[in-house]
Ligand binder design. Structure first.
Ligand SMILES: [Zn+2]
Length: 369
């Protein structure tokens, strides 16, 4: 049996429990056992053998086994919480590590180190950012997860929950703004075609030189109107994205000084308040991650922690999100790919790569350009 090298009887019983696939017939059988039997290996093993040894269960394929590993997830919102575990309470990342160990052993994947990286990638940021030491295999990986300092983990988990809360609020704001613009455009189009007198352009069109195209039959239900797109294109010209050179960075500093001077404390970023773009970050509207300004992943799955110095400012991130949402990836064809390359920190040496680069292609809103 795969648990033969586990030291104590109590541990054997515990490993058996961990090896049972959730909601499988064996799992249901186990849950129905007398609690005293569950923890007593001397009674548990014969019960188990009698019940299951003669049952021929189909072997899981390699693909299914791998999938099992990768499906074993820890949710960001669970990080730092404690849950009942084996008669006591335990932090969720410890439970995750225990279960992952059991899963890897049950599937005989202890030497398949190539899955370590994928499993690590799937971990919430708060966990992977606080892992220390070099990760080379399952053993060092699981050990690194278990050794995480709980105070650091909890602090980051809280920061991320707060950030997620703010992101949700931002998204709501943008949705409301867009709904407003759509309504105004719809009203304007109806009045222009249905009545003879001229009405004022909606205020957000004021700065758009080519916005007055009366009589043009465009569908106002499109995700972003041409007027809206033109307006934001115009705003983008305020702070041309500078190259990552001495001259470019100097210009960027002047842009930032000008931008800062023109702001009031507490001003929020909207589609009319452009923000200077950091030199060296990906070009705007290129399906970039607007949190770190690189390609290869979306902001919702940014690999950098909220407080990571390589993150863009919240204002720039928000401006990029608005532009990407209104204009779509219009600059993608001409942009240079920018990728995060980790410097061995935390043992992650792989290049954060192209695995999902194209997978969300076409999902960008307003990509009807
Ligand atoms: Zn990112």
């Amino acid at each position: 049996m795969i648990i033969s090298n586990v030291a104590t009887a109590a541990e054997k019983a515990r490993y058996l429990m961990l090896c049972l696939e959730v909601k499988s017939p064996a799992d249901k059988w186990f849950k129905g056992l007398d609690p005293a039997v569950k923890t007593d290996w001397a009674r548990l093993e014969p019960e188990f053998t009698q019940k299951w040894a003669t049952h021929q269960t189909p072997q899981r394929s390699d693909l299914e086994k791998t999938q099992d590993l990768l499906n074993h997830r820890l949710k960001p919102e669970e990080v730092g919480e404690q849950v009942p575990f084996w008669g006591t309470t335990e932090y969720t990342h410890i439970v995750w590590a225990e279960e992952m160990t059991a899963l890897v052993q049950a599937h005989g994947l202890e030497t398949r180190h190539e899955y370590v990286y994928q499993a690590m990638t799937n971990l919430p940021n708060a966990v992977k950012d606080n892992m220390e030491g070099e990760v080379t295999d399952w053993t060092t990986f699981i050990a690194a997860v278990k050794a995480i300092k709980i105070e650091k983990l909890k602090a980051q988990a809280k920061t991320e929950k707060d950030q997620a809360e703010r992101d949700r609020a931002t998204k709501t704001e943008i949705d409301q703004l867009r709904a407003q613009i759509e309504k105004l455009t719809l009203a304007s189009a109806t009045r222009q075609t249905g009545q003879s007198h001229q009405i004022a352009q909606p205020t957000f069109d004021r700065t758009t030189p080519s916005a007055s195209t009366p009589g043009r039959n465009r569908q106002p239900r499109a995700p972003a109107t041409e007027a809206e797109k033109a307006a934001i294109q115009q705003k983008l010209k305020a702070y041309p994205h500078q190259p990552d050179t001495d001259a470019g960075r100097a210009t960027y500093r002047r842009q930032m000084a000008q931008w800062t001077a023109g702001r009031n404390p507490g001003d929020i970023i909207t589609d009319t308040t452009p923000v200077p773009l950091k030199p060296g970050a990906a070009a705007i509207c290129t399906s970039e991650c607007f949190k770190c300004g690189t390609h290869g992943h979306r902001a919702a799955r940014c690999v950098l922690a909220d407080n990571h110095p390589a993150r863009l400012s919240r204002e720039e991130a928000r401006w990029r999100m608005i532009c990407g949402s209104v204009l779509g990836p219009i600059n993608k064809g001409t942009a240079t790919d920018v990728h995060l390359v980790f410097d061995g920190q935390g043992g992650m040496r792989q290049e954060w790569g192209t695995e999902e680069q194209e997978s969300e292609e076409g999902k960008a809103e307003g990509s009807s350009v």
